[in-house]
Ligand binder design. Structure first.
Ligand SMILES: [Zn+2]
Length: 288
């Protein structure tokens, strides 16, 4: 990616190495549980890692490479995150303005190992997530290492896609889509709720594509091979791919984020058209 002259966002909060002190008073209600597991996490893996934390026991979670210390303004990874977040602010800010709406950017909170969000406790093992309750994107940067090595999706644009996907959930929140989807999920039974979750997630992928197209149009940030990196990343976190790798079989009814092919397709659809209207996963029917 070409980000040399890109602006850096002020909305990145660095909680790395801060631990999870002071979390005992947090309310870990069912809402948080449903949210973190159904909407929040980026990957379709290990919800038990979150449940373990929510129920106060179970799994131990360790990030691969814990980052210690406080904010380092020159940490290249943090600078990168600030630049990508700033780009999403610029793109969505202008887009919302063109729709006669106001875009309030999310905060992006960097953490290590585990974090207490308004949606409950979350472990780094469950991947990056967005919490509608506090309007924050949460990322443990060690996920990028995992994305490159375990999931086979290296590169800056793969990393940018992760942020853009979570910001996509924020856009859904601002547009009222998150509320509607939660209502649908709560009355739909497990399989129905999973289906709604897939629609929500694929739309966030599509919104990530919308960002990529508009950001590139405005600032020519993409270099040859970048788009392919993003598509590889989208593919690598498909439910079928993850399930095949983790349990050897695929259970479509349990999908919450969509197949690899679907995630690639919706990301690309957003990228090709650059329009929110192209991302109506909820009425896509058989072409979801
Ligand atoms: Zn998501």
């Amino acid at each position: 990616m070409r980000l040399d002259d890109s602006r850096e966002s002020d909305n990145v909060e660095d909680g790395r190495g801060a631990g999870v002190g002071g979390i005992r008073g947090i309310h870990l209600g069912l809402f948080g549980t449903v949210l973190v597991i159904g909407v929040g996490y980026f990957l379709g893996i290990s919800p038990s890692a979150m449940l373990g934390l929510l129920s106060g026991g179970g799994e131990t979670t360790q990030s691969a490479t814990p980052v210690t210390g406080t904010a380092d303004a020159n940490d290249p990874q943090v600078v990168f995150v600030r630049k990508i977040l700033a780009s999403t602010e610029d793109v969505w800010g202008a887009y919302f303005q063109s729709m006669g709406k106001t875009y309030t950017p999310p905060k992006l909170y960097l953490f290590t190992d585990q974090v207490a969000s308004a949606c409950g406790m979350a472990s780094a093992a469950a991947g990056p997530f967005y919490c509608p309750g506090d309007r924050k994107v949460y990322i443990d940067l060690s996920f990028y290492q995992q994305l490159a090595t375990q999931f086979g999706a290296p590169g800056q644009f793969a990393q940018a896609y992760v942020i853009a996907h979570e910001v996509g959930h924020h856009v859904q929140n601002l547009l009222g889509i998150t509320d509607t989807a939660e209502r649908q999920e709560s009355g739909a039974g497990r399989i129905g709720a999973n289906h709604v979750s897939v629609e929500v997630e694929l739309q966030a992928d599509c919104f990530a594509g919308v960002w990529a197209q508009r950001a590139n149009q405005a600032a020519k940030i993409l270099e040859p091979g970048d788009l392919e990196q993003g598509l590889t990343a989208a593919s690598s976190v498909g439910d079928d791919t993850l399930q095949k790798r983790e349990q050897g079989t695929v259970v479509p009814d349990s999908f919450t984020h969509g197949t690899s092919a679907q995630r690639v397709r919706w990301f690309k659809r957003g990228y090709d058209g650059g329009k929110v209207e192209d991302c109506d996963t909820f009425n896509a029917g058989a072409s979801l």
